[in-house]
Design a protein around this ligand. Structure first.
Ligand SMILES: Nc1nc2c(ncn2[C@@H]2O[C@H](COP(=O)(O)OP(=O)(O)OP(=O)(O)O)[C@@H](O)[C@H]2O)c(=O)[nH]1
Ligand SMILES: [Zn+2]
Length: 362
């Protein structure tokens, strides 16, 4: 019956369930877990989780390193939640906000028996929901019956995992003329992914020749820099600088990718800023939260360029990772156009950290 949700639609539903604080059920066929986002966990649901069995907390190895918790499964740590630990204990392990005030949370007992693949999948799900990368879970028997009885979303790992790791196809939705300060010959295109994720935009300046390399910029959303004129980064001046360069040349394409905060979302970026106020740099802050330095998917940019008919670019960037990703996904980068604008007293350290730790070119 075509009215039943597909696996992709189930994943989108599960993502929303997790954001709302509902558990989802993940199963390998032989075993299953009931997983809930720690960030959205309520005291009542923690009690209900406990009534089903011993509760485990899954964290990324990045977060575990800060907590000095043992990691037995490469990228994932599974920490036993003591039966007398309350919600505050669980959330303090997931959220680094008070790490400096209460540095010793242990002793933490990490689990080493059993399989980490379902908790790993659950962490990938909460990351894609732009939540803190931490889940509380219990093992579940008769997962199918339980899901039906409690009206919960169930995802088989074998079908869900490959979809979660694939970049969703993007489809053009609408486009219209948009005269801008940088160029009166602007056009805004909206692209929507099949997986229910964020929409992304392309701003076309002039009518670039599809058979020639186009002046292009892959810009990642930065609400603070782009809209508020934040001085903590260089995004606002880079956005406006790229558009005005394209305006001067009379042609170009700027992709505005809604991957706020290098893909962790605005709420998590503000958590990272708060850690930066405590003295950590931009990379350390991401790690303490449990994220990698950069969680973006630049395949999106290549697929939008292809959809618009471009196959080669003169890329405005200082980030060698963007060039490598373009080349890998079949868009040839014939030239790198440096984009060094907007350095100030507040972002000097941030830019120096990106050069030292993330390989940005100065
Ligand atoms: N997590 C996190 N994200 C940040 C921070 N400062 C800025 N950002 C985000 O970093 C991204 C910057 O994107 P870009 O300017 O496109 O990328 P870039 O990697 O700096 O590369 P180029 O500008 O092309 O050289 C935006 O998504 C910002 O929201 C920070 O301190 N932490
Ligand atoms: Zn920024």
């Amino acid at each position: 019956m075509s009215l039943m949700p597909t696996m992709l639609e189930r994943i989108a539903r599960a993502r929303m369930d997790l954001r709302m604080g509902l558990p989802v059920i993940l199963t390998t066929g032989e075993s299953a877990i009931l997983a809930i986002s720690v960030e959205s966990l309520s005291p009542e649901r923690l009690t209900d989780l406990r009534s089903l069995g011993p509760v485990t907390l899954a964290l990324t190895a990045r977060r575990a390193a800060t907590l000095k918790a043992r990691v037995y499964d490469n990228d994932i740590a599974r920490v036993t939640v003591p039966s007398d630990a309350g919600l505050a204990w669980v959330q303090a392990l997931a959220d680094p906000a008070d790490d400096l005030e209460t540095p010793m949370k242990g002793p933490l007992l990490s689990e080493r028996e059993g399989d980490a693949s379902l908790p790993r999948l659950a962490i990938a799900m909460v990351k894609s929901a732009r939540l803190l990368p931490a889940i509380a879970y219990v093992a579940l028997e008769n997962a199918g019956d339980f899901a039906l009885k409690h009206d919960l979303t169930l995802l088989p790992q074998s079908a869900a995992e490959p979809l979660l790791n694939t970049s969703s196809p993007l489809h053009p939705v609408a486009a219209a003329r948009l005269p801008m300060e940088a160029s009166e010959a602007g056009r805004l295109h909206i692209f929507r992914p099949e997986d229910g994720g964020e929409e992304h935009y392309a701003i076309e300046i002039g009518r670039p020749d599809r058979s020639q390399p186009v002046l292009a910029r892959l810009h990642s959303a930065c609400f603070t820099g782009d809209v508020l004129g934040s001085l903590k980064c260089d995004c606002g001046p880079q956005l406006r600088g790229a558009l005005s360069h394209m305006g001067q040349e009379g042609a170009g394409i700027l992709l505005y990718l809604n991957q706020e905060g290098r893909g962790i979302g605005l709420a998590n970026k503000m958590r990272a800023y708060s850690l930066q106020d405590q003295g950590f740099d931009t990379v350390e802050a991401n790690h303490r939260l449990g994220f990698e330095d950069d969680e973006r998917d630049f395949r999106l940019g290549a697929s939008i360029l292809r959809e618009l008919g471009f196959s080669s670019v003169r890329l405005m960037t200082n980030n060698p990772g963007k060039i490598a990703m373009m080349e890998k996904t079949g868009i040839s980068v014939v030239e790198r156009v440096p984009l060094k604008v907007g350095e100030n007293a507040f972002n000097r350290h941030y830019l120096a950290t990106k050069a030292a730790k993330s390989g940005h070119m100065l």
